[in-house]
Design a protein around this ligand. Structure first.
Ligand SMILES: Cc1ncc(COP(=O)(O)O)c(C=O)c1O
Length: 406
């Protein structure tokens, strides 16, 4: 037990009964750091906590030490990797997809892909519409126009709610499916409806599908399929990250699939930002992607099973609003408490680390009743047993916090 300069008592390592008596002795001045009985459970990172497949690690080692990978490559990336990615897109979206390696640009991760796309589509003062809560977009002087999403509708955006938000300054609608932070997966029909709305306004539909490989229910959408009476090149800009599906976030590789006219501008932006994405990971994936499909599928099945465990074991007072990809978006049961407060106590006193909605939205966009009570749980980066353990611990914390419940 230590005391800080203001006289608060910080309790770092002791059991709950001891803390309760300390609280009585010291009144409200006691700040509990963490219960010693609770090991840390990190449910904050949206990436599977497993090693990449051996085959890929070996290929990274080979290309990492090859002289040929030391030089610059084309700004748009290795031809072999763009070709492999085209095959990968067929595996995910169907054999009919209308794509060539020339439609693809490789970037140093998907975040860089998003920034490059926003840079070429917008000028300061322009607007991009995106569903609340969102991941990032407060830079470059572009106004993020919030598209409200209703918890009771499973955090699905609605085309009818989007239409009135369109103005002369709107340059794009940006959707993330499966979503971060809500986990909500948008149906092929919903994505098509948004694509048609974007096309009717002559603006882009930016579709970040970083978590697409975690969809276990079928094809994410048919927007690349020419048999569906639709030409993606009029509207769609697809973003992808290799970080999650292949468990290699440290190697930084992402992709943009975009119409040729836009692609040329993106290349100009990328040339001034970093010239080309890291080469060894491009070469390693180019030669292994076809053989890694089973790994990606098994990974998705494992994360799906973790979602099921989470659903089954979560205390009934915690309500899941949506679930998918790597995340579950959950409403906590404590009356009148903001998610930030709850997350702080969950991590300090219960050793469970999660992210509150306040990190993904501004105050003004959290108008909905109890809008500030949502917490993002990542179920991807722990194993099944740990998810069950975390749910049990939530039940204990409910009692421990002593806050009024719904
Ligand atoms: C929706 C979404 N897009 C992009 C990224 C970043 O991907 P990358 O590691 O490829 O930059 C993340 C990371 O968490 C994400 O959730």
């Amino acid at each position: 037990m230590v005391s800080d300069r203001r006289g608060d008592v910080l309790v770092a390592e002791c059991d709950p009964t001891r803390i309760a008596s300390l609280s009585l002795e010291h009144g409200a001045a006691v700040t509990i750091l963490r219960l010693s009985t609770h090991s840390l459970i990190d449910l904050s990172q949206g990436v599977p906590d497993i090693s990449p497949p051996r085959l890929l690690l070996d290929a990274i080692a080979t290309y990492g030490s090859s002289e040929s990978a030391c030089s610059y490559t084309d700004i748009s990336g290795e031809t072999s990797m763009r070709s492999s990615f085209t095959h990968e897109m067929r595996a995910v979206y169907g054999n009919h997809v209308d794509l060539t390696p020339d439609d693809i640009v490789l970037t140093a991760g998907c975040n860089m892909a998003s920034v490059a796309v926003i840079m070429i589509l917008t000028d300061p003062g322009d607007q991009v519409i995106l569903p609340v809560p969102w991941m990032t977009l407060e830079m470059l002087g572009v106004e993020a126009v919030p598209l409200a999403m209703i918890a009771s509708a499973g955090f699905q955006p609605k085309v009818e709610d989007c239409e009135p938000l369109l103005t002369g300054k709107t340059k794009a609608i940006a959707l993330v499916s499966p979503n971060n932070p809500t986990g909500a997966v948008y149906s092929p029909e919903l994505l098509r409806a948004f694509a048609e709305l974007a096309k009717s306004q002559d603006i882009a539909l930016i579709l970040d599908e970083t978590y697409r490989d975690f969809i276990t229910t079928g094809v994410p959408h048919h927007l690349f399929d020419p048999l569906q009476d639709w030409d993606w090149r009029s509207t769609v800009i697809h973003l992808f990250s290799f970080s999650k599906s292949y468990c290699v976030p440290g190697h930084r590789l992402g992709a943009i699939v975009t119409p040729q006219m836009v692609l040329n501008h993106i290349i100009t932006v990328l040339d001034s930002l970093l010239i080309c994405a890291p080469r060894p990971i491009q070469l390693a994936l180019a030669s292994t992607i076809p053989d890694l499909r089973p790994f990606v599928r098994n990974n998705a099945k494992a994360v799906h099973s973790r979602h099921e465990h989470f659903k089954t074991h979560l205390p009934s007072s915690w309500r899941i609003g949506s679930q998918g990809g790597c995340f579950a978006f959950v409403k906590h049961p404590f009356k009148g408490r903001e998610a930030m407060q709850v997350c702080e106590r969950m991590s300090a006193e219960g050793g469970i680390v999660t992210l509150p909605i306040e990190l993904f939205a501004t105050k003004a966009t959290l108008q909905e009743n109890d809008g500030r009570r949502w917490i993002r749980f990542s179920v991807a980066n722990v194993d099944d047993e740990t998810i069950i353990q975390a749910c049990r611990r939530l039940s204990e914390l409910e009692q421990w916090f002593g806050w009024e419940l719904d």
